[in-house]
Design a protein around this ligand. Structure first.
Ligand SMILES: Nc1ncnc2c1ncn2[C@@H]1O[C@H](COP(=O)(O)OP(=O)(O)OP(=O)(O)O)[C@@H](O)[C@H]1O
Length: 575
């Protein structure tokens, strides 16, 4: 909770006002049974109707004041806790969006999602409840005890004996509850992951007839969640009934002793009625306080999970230019200089990679699945930092370039890239200040114009482009990458769904319209990279061949084999 204090501090004044209103409303509420006792014992016996109305009016006024005060304070509590949570969610979202890919791999995306949703909700509930009951509970509890003590100390002692037992019970249960709620959040993360995978992979699951397997997987995590929820619920469930039982036993004792004292003329019926009211108030206050403890257990566990992300130091910092900047001016646009990298620091995923590309040149990358093609893109875009060696753009180490300036250089289509539930036009524009002409131009270059002409730019694309064919999706994604006229164009397996003819026209259009753009094309098809200025052939993270298509056909047996298997004799003709 201390870690979230910086979010609460700006609202101290507002929260103080809320608590003051709660304080006044609770004090006023405390007087209602006392007035009732006075009416029964002192006013009614006089038969003075005017006095009865006057005291009755006072009682009603106290009730209305307490009601209005409580409603206003509850609204204020909802407002401040809502605003505090909004700020926490804002910072958490920003922090998550700035986490490096490696850090996100560690937290996992489902966990990031549940920290942003369930955990912030738990913190919200804790803050709201603490304001609603944090003052009201203790005031009603302590105030009730003081008043009953003044009215009849003997009877109050019976009640007081029960309270330490309840306090010990609440403390013990809460101490056990916090780790259980942390565990519950962990299982919830797993549940989010399974649901996410099921929804995004719905078609694959059906196609592979794995629906029953997935249902069983979901049932398992659902059962785990139910178990841990039940366990936490079982532990926490002792508090309310336990407190109620202890208090009710005390209350029964009070009624019995009260009856004797009434018969003996030691107390009045008004006092007994007021006592019963106060005991109900005290009981509710005590239960309210235990409820705060339960919510605080959850909120505290969630606050810790949120703070864990917020405290995570920035992984990919911008380093001072003079330390890394190349001292020799270079005509090269992109340079990989002896780059080594491993995701898990166990086995190298890219080994001693070096190449250099001039502005406007095209690099093709080919290799077996898992050979490290996308990893090169991940490193160039600085999703991960290299372990050794360096990557330069225009002679500058990418670690010295501001992330936004670096990202602006790229137009990129990733494998299985994302389309949003919006119009075709907005999917290409993607919140950038681009004119309709620029969008149409990009669509034309991406060979998407023909299909867009048939449906219109305002056609509503479904989330993930589910109402488009694979080829149509790829064309829109390529148009999106081209629209801002990037300095570096990256197409990671981006034309695999295009027919050979469209792929060829696309490549021709790219070299014609985007003449100065340096392109990196990751492909499985030789035809997509055949015309590239340089082709890298990868195997297990190492370059086993480098050169033009013609050179590789002579020097790299693996490349030759792939080319011949895909193109037959055509592999030997000029690009
Ligand atoms: N986030 C990650 N964490 C750990 N290992 C990873 C991660 N991403 C990729 N890898 C591993 O790194 C290796 C290279 O992966 P990469 O995605 O670069 O392959 P690729 O050549 O692009 O494959 P494909 O053609 O199938 O897309 C693989 O062994 C893969 O398992």
């Amino acid at each position: 909770m201390r870690s979230l204090m910086k979010y609460i501090r700006p609202f101290f004044g507002y929260i103080a006002a809320t608590l003051s209103i709660k304080f006044i409303a609770s004090i006023v509420e405390l007087f209602i049974p006392l007035i009732l006792a006075t009416i029964i014992d002192d006013i009614v016996p006089t038969g003075d109707v005017r006095a009865i109305f006057l005291w009755g009016g006072m009682m009603a006024l106290c009730a209305v004041t307490a009601l209005v005060g409580n409603v206003v304070a509850n609204r204020m509590a909802a407002k401040s806790s809502g605003s505090i949570t909004e700020h926490i969610r804002h910072d958490l979202f920003y922090k998550i969006s700035f986490l490096s890919a490696r850090q996100l791999d560690q937290f996992t995306i489902p966990s990031a999602v549940s920290r942003l949703t369930t955990d912030t909700y738990n913190v919200n509930q804790m803050l709201a409840r603490m304001q609603r009951l944090g003052v009201r509970g203790p005031i009603l509890l302590i105030g009730g005890i003081i008043i009953t003590m003044i009215m009849d100390a003997g009877l109050t002692m019976i009640l007081l004996l029960t309270l330490p037992i309840i306090a010990v019970l609440v403390y013990a249960v809460t101490k056990k509850g916090i780790p259980l709620y942390t565990k519950q959040q962990g299982v919830l993360d797993r549940m989010v992951r399974v649901v996410q995978e099921n929804i995004t992979g719905a078609r694959v699951i059906k196609a592979l007839s794995k629906s029953s397997y997935e249902r069983a997987r979901y049932d398992r995590v659902n059962n785990d969640l139910a178990d841990v929820e039940q366990h936490a619920g079982n532990v926490m469930a002792i508090t309310n009934p336990g407190s109620t039982l202890i208090l009710n036993l005390g209350l029964t004792l009070v009624v019995a002793v009260g009856a004797f004292r009434l018969n003996a003329g030691l107390t009045s019926s008004g006092v007994i009625i007021a006592f019963l009211n106060y005991f109900t108030i005290i009981l509710n206050a005590m239960l309210g306080i235990t409820r705060i403890f339960v919510l605080c257990s959850k909120g505290e566990a969630s606050a810790k999970r949120i703070a864990e992300v917020l405290r995570t130091p920035q992984d990919l910092t911008v380093e001072p230019a003079d330390e890394k900047e190349s001292e020799v001016p270079t005509p090269a646009h992109i340079v990989f200089d002896h780059v080594c990298f491993s995701y898990e620091k166990v086995k190298a995923n890219v080994k001693d990679l070096s190449f250099s590309l001039r502005r406007g040149q095209t690099l093709g990358i080919i290799g077996a699945t898992g050979s490290g093609k996308s990893t090169i893109i991940n490193l160039l875009m600085r999703f991960y930092d290299v372990d050794s060696g360096c990557i330069l753009i225009d002679g500058k180490d990418i670690r010295t370039i501001e992330p936004t300036a670096l990202q602006k250089k790229f137009g990129v289509v990733f494998q299985n890239d994302f389309l949003f539930a919006d119009t075709i036009e907005e999917n290409i524009r993607y919140f950038r200040a681009l004119s309709r002409e620029e969008i149409a131009d990009a669509a034309q270059a991406a060979q998407a114009q023909e299909f867009i002409d048939t449906v219109g730019m305002d056609y509503g694309v479904l989330a993930r482009g589910n109402n488009l064919s694979g080829g149509q999706k790829q064309r829109l994604l390529i148009a999106r990458a081209l629209a801002a006229k990037p300095e570096i164009l990256i197409l990671d397996d981006a034309s695999s769904a295009l027919d050979y003819k469209t792929d060829a026209v696309l490549r021709r259009e790219l070299s014609r319209r985007h003449f100065g753009t340096t392109s990196i094309i990751v492909a499985q098809r030789i035809s997509s990279i055949k015309g590239a200025d340089m082709i890298l052939v990868l195997e297990n993270g190492s370059v086993i061949g480098c050169g033009t298509h013609d050179t590789l056909m002579k020097t790299c047996a693996v490349y030759q084999e792939i080319a011949e298997s895909q193109m037959g004799e055509g592999a030997h003709t000029d690009a």
